[in-house]
Design a protein. Structure first.
Length: 214
């Protein structure tokens, strides 16, 4: 599996201001090391146990992003080291991250997940809830909201996907400031569309590592 050349091709397809998060979930350490040795430093995982284990075993200068749905009772396992939590979808979760960050004497960067898809199975704040959620985060001293994250509907209708990304970009533009600078949207199948609509961070797995190990 030519991970290094896939990585290079993906990097070359991105504008320089877009951050590439290499999604390494289910992939062995050897595959992650291959990408690491080719220069990649930001990796994303969606399972807490797997993330904690990989962080323990792999080079310490990797920036680990938690990209999956995060349960409050699992925050404590990643609070000591996680670099960015993408899918923060409730105030209850923010409160727990703040608590665990304080225990670890850290400030943890977070993205608010916004529900932009038509599927009800996806998590996140409603578009009209984002500003009030942001106001309520001001009391938390140990988290920093650095942007928004969203997942488009899983569909072949590129116009619909582009519109959903565009909707999220509109919300992002209405709140961005010196701290809120990241807009995480786009995965292997739709990241080019996401970039066209203003994404600053893409989450790419299969285009780098090949299809997921079940």
């Amino acid at each position: 599996m030519p991970i290094a050349s896939n990585l290079k091709a993906t990097q070359n397809s991105l504008p320089k201001e877009v951050t590439l998060v290499a999604i390494s979930k289910t992939k062995p350490n050897t595959a992650i090391l291959e990408a690491y040795l080719a220069g990649q430093r930001v990796f994303g995982e969606n399972k807490v146990q797997e993330l904690a284990q990989k962080a323990e075993e792999l080079p310490k200068d990797i920036a680990w992003h938690m990209i999956g749905h995060l349960q409050t009772n699992k925050v404590k396992f990643i609070a000591p080291f996680v670099s960015l939590i993408h899918a923060v979808d409730s105030l209850k979760l923010l409160k727990e991250i703040n608590k665990r960050a304080e225990q670890n004497n850290r400030i943890i960067d977070c993205l608010l997940q916004v529900h932009i898809a038509t599927e009800s199975s996806k998590f996140g704040f409603g578009i009209e809830e984002v500003k009030s959620a942001l106001n309520q985060t001001k009391e938390f001293q140990n988290i920093k909201i650095v942007g928004l994250m969203g997942m488009a509907t899983f569909t072949d209708d590129t116009q619909q996907v582009a519109q959903e990304f565009k909707n999220l970009k509109t919300v992002f533009d209405s709140i961005k400031n010196d701290t809120i600078t990241n807009l995480s949207m786009g995965m292997s199948g739709d990241y080019k569309l996401a970039i066209e609509q203003g994404s600053t961070m893409v989450r790419v797995g299969s285009a780098i590592f090949g299809h997921r190990n079940k």
